[in-house]
Design a protein around this ligand. Structure first.
Ligand code: GSH
Length: 363
């Protein structure tokens, strides 16, 4: 990989410092971000983005021993189509055929004021249906913060999506996507129309966990570590790790059709949600601009392969929500909220070579 020192030198060939305009971020925006809990304000003293852990971690189980029994129409999933973490949950709901079992509501892509005291912004519901986003069908709350407070009046942390909600207890079950997808995969067998498909199979668990670990650190969260960094050093560290991890993915996909072999697993679902946003948003907005995804031959073919799985692509990915959200929601990063028109994205429906390269084994 090109070193950061080489890249830094290259910049100086093109930039005349006199021509750089400094954008003054109004103090009140930074103050809001600090006062109101949001991932935008989560930084270490070295300027590194440090995501805090999700706090609602109950588990739905088949037998109900956890206090949350898997039942049809008891649970509701709140998501944003922009959010890669929430998008995982939507994908797993489709992959397991749980559309008639777990309801879903989509928030507006662009954050708006959710806390009148601080004027801080977060996820809101639209007043009327708009491009798949709808008002809250259960309680008519105006935003996700109100939903958190409805379930836990003492809640004073971040109000993130996804939220898996229990209509019976009127409370949040879980707000951690990594766990929600596991529950969808394994605990709703009785109601799943595609239960034989297992995205976390016993024999691959060790490998999936291992891949998830470095893909999360370097890529899923890695893009945020680039974009939300508050120091050059923190950004460069995250940037270097990100592209090392993409090289590592590329090498795996040269050997296997999917990350763990010839079947899609949750490791692919988790990686895919970051890769599909990469060129549209992260490359520009989070400054992850060493390469576009098309630079990676196997990774870009894999992206088309996964995208052409209806449950993951057509029924799941919405580039409009994705672009509108990122470029218009974080005033600190993009004060004027201009959404870039480009780039021209690859045609994710274009033919790929994955089947030819890895023909299905004959039994
Ligand atoms: N670890 C969580 C992360 C969820 C998360 O950070 N969601 C973002 C959207 S992409 C969010 O809702 N952020 C709101 C905020 O930070 O105020 C998960 O995987 O579910």
């Amino acid at each position: 990989m090109v070193s950061t020192a080489q890249l830094r030198n290259q910049q100086f060939l093109f930039i005349s410092h006199e021509n750089i305009l400094s954008i003054v971020v109004p103090n009140n925006i930074m103050a809001q971000a600090a006062k109101y809990a949001t991932s935008l304000a989560e930084a270490s003293t070295g300027g590194e983005f440090k995501r805090t852990a999700s706090v609602y971690r109950n588990f739905i189980t088949k037998d109900g021993s956890s206090g949350f029994k898997a039942e049809a129409n008891r649970y509701h999933l709140y998501i944003s189509l922009a959010c890669p973490w929430a998008n995982r949950c939507l994908a797993m709901r489709h992959l397991k055929g749980l559309q008639n079992v777990i309801g879903v509501t989509v928030v507006s892509p662009v954050w708006d004021v959710v806390d009148p005291d601080t004027q801080a912004k977060g996820w809101v519901f639209p007043k009327e249906e708009s491009r798949g986003a709808t008002p809250d069908p259960l309680y008519g709350v105006k935003n996700i913060r109100e939903l958190y407070l409805l379930g836990s009046p003492q809640h004073n942390g971040k109000c993130t999506v996804p939220v898996l909600w229990d209509k019976q207890k009127k409370a949040i079950v879980n707000n951690e996507s990594a766990e929600i997808i596991r529950m969808f995969n394994a605990e709703f067998s009785e109601f799943s129309s595609k239960d034989s498909l297992d995205y976390y199979p016993e024999g691959l668990r060790k490998e999936i966990d291992e891949i998830n670990h470095w893909v999360y650190e370097g890529i899923n969260d890695g893009v945020y570590r680039c974009g939300f960094a508050r120091s050059q050093e923190a950004y460069e560290k995250a940037f270097t790790t990100l592209f090392e991890c993409l090289d590592r993915v590329e090498a795996i996909l040269a050997q296997k059709r999917y990350l763990c072999g010839d079947q899609i697993t949750e490791a692919d679902v988790r990686l895919f949600m970051t890769i599909i946003r990469f060129d549209a948003v992260y490359h520009t907005y989070f400054k992850t601009n060493l390469h576009h995804i098309s630079y990676y031959y196997n990774l870009s073919n894999w992206t088309n392969d996964v995208y052409q799985h209806r449950d993951l692509g057509k029924d799941c990915i919405d580039i409009f929500h994705i672009k509108q959200h990122y470029f218009r929601s974080h005033q600190v990063l993009n004060p004027y909220g201009i959404v870039p028109l480009g780039p021209v994205l690859p045609d994710f429906n274009a033919p790929h070579d994955r089947e030819k390269k890895f023909p299905a084994k004959k039994h």
